[in-house]
Ligand binder design. Structure first.
Ligand code: Q9C
Ligand code: ZN
Length: 342
């Protein structure tokens, strides 16, 4: 039984892209709404999201990008096409501000991959996913809880200030972290999704106040390839407040546990007073798109280790695609986090 307060809004289910480009062909979209349903089923009750409006979203994301997310599907359909909006031309060289109106061009400007289609309910679901993160945060800020769970979906950690990618549209963890920082908290973000959280890293890359630590699959073999290498340590005033701990495919709890201790040392050294945990259960041994070997019991250990640093923790859901096991894996993590405090 989960005793940690959870937050969720059913409007997050509205996002249901049909397919994604996978290994050179079309495959069923892995980030499906049943992921959220199965996690929700592990809770006796979930708290509804409150509406914090657009402002906290715009404190992280570019206004032009947010407007694009809001209208992209409609603009795509207005060209007479069927199906979901998806980019196919990306401005990799000689980028300049052209102010292109064509939806095909805007999809290229505001995304970095072909894994992130925009469907009819994408804006509505992403908006409420972000509000869910803010609502779960408020339970901690208002002193009602020391651990709180945001059942975010769509996930967020691949989304940057002005782009979507990796099934992510609005960066829920970054939005909550920025909101908490503005209320005077000192923030560490620990990202333990299988994939590197390139969007979150990018948002805080030059920021000395927000620590970003990530344990993930080595990007030389795994998505997102271009970010998450160990030598990425931040820039400008933010040098040292980005920490990347890539691990090889096949990693089990023994090696994972050592990386986790290193990550927690970095969190302690930052002297944060709030930990935002970007939690992906795609490190699970049976995950269909990932290659670590964590087992259900390991999530309990991870939660337990995390609780040992004694900080309030906002858990923000990211990936995890072994749908049948997802509810149990989330439950294991939250039980580990909570036990410690009893
Ligand atoms: N199937 C998260 O876990 N895969 N995003 C690219 C190959 C993208 C994962 C296409 C994986 C993104 C939040
Ligand atoms: Zn992932």
């Amino acid at each position: 039984m989960i005793t940690v307060p959870g937050y969720f809004d059913r409007r997050q289910l509205a996002h249901e892209p049909v397919q994604e480009l996978h290994n050179g062909g079309w495959a069923a979209y892995a980030e499906k709404s049943s992921r959220a349903e199965i996690i929700a089923a592990s809770f006796d009750r979930l708290n509804p999201a409150r509406d914090f409006g657009l402002e906290p979203l715009l404190n992280v994301h570019d206004r032009g990008y947010v407007e694009f997310l809001h209208s992209a599907y409609e603009e795509w359909r207005a060209t007479g096409r069927d199906g979901d909006a998806i980019g196919y031309t990306w401005p990799v060289v000689q980028r300049r501000p052209l102010n292109l109106d064509r939806i095909d061009a805007k999809l290229g400007l505001y995304s970095y991959d072909a894994a992130t289609p925009i469907a009819e309910g994408t804006w509505e679901a992403s908006y409420w996913s972000a509000q869910t993160a803010l609502s779960a945060l408020s339970a901690i800020i208002d002193g009602e809880a020391t651990v709180s769970f945001a059942l975010c979906r769509p996930p967020g950690h691949h989304s940057g200030r002005d782009y979507c990618g990796g099934y992510c549209y609005l960066n829920n963890a970054a939005i909550a972290a920025e909101h908490a920082r503005r209320s005077g908290r000192r923030i560490a973000i620990l990202d333990i999704d299988y994939h590197h959280g390139n969007g979150t890293q990018d948002i805080f890359y030059e920021d000395p106040d927000v620590l970003f630590v990530s344990i993930h699959a080595d990007p030389t073999t795994d998505y997102p390839f271009f970010w998450g290498h160990a030598d990425e340590r931040g820039a400008g005033a933010g040098i040292g407040t980005t920490v990347n701990l890539p691990l090889p495919r096949g990693t089990d709890m023994t090696a994972y546990g050592s990386a986790l201790e290193e990550a927690l040392d970095a969190v302690r050294a930052h002297q944060a007073d709030l930990l935002v945990l970007s939690f992906g259960a795609d490190t699970f041994e049976d995950d269909p798109i990932s290659y670590f070997r964590l087992r259900q019991d390991d999530y309990r250990l991870i939660g337990d280790r995390m609780a040992s640093i004694g900080l309030p923790v906002l858990v923000v859901m990211e990936g995890g695609y072994a749908v049948d096991d997802l509810g149990h894996n989330v439950e294991a993590l939250l039980c580990g986090l909570d036990d410690h405090r009893a």
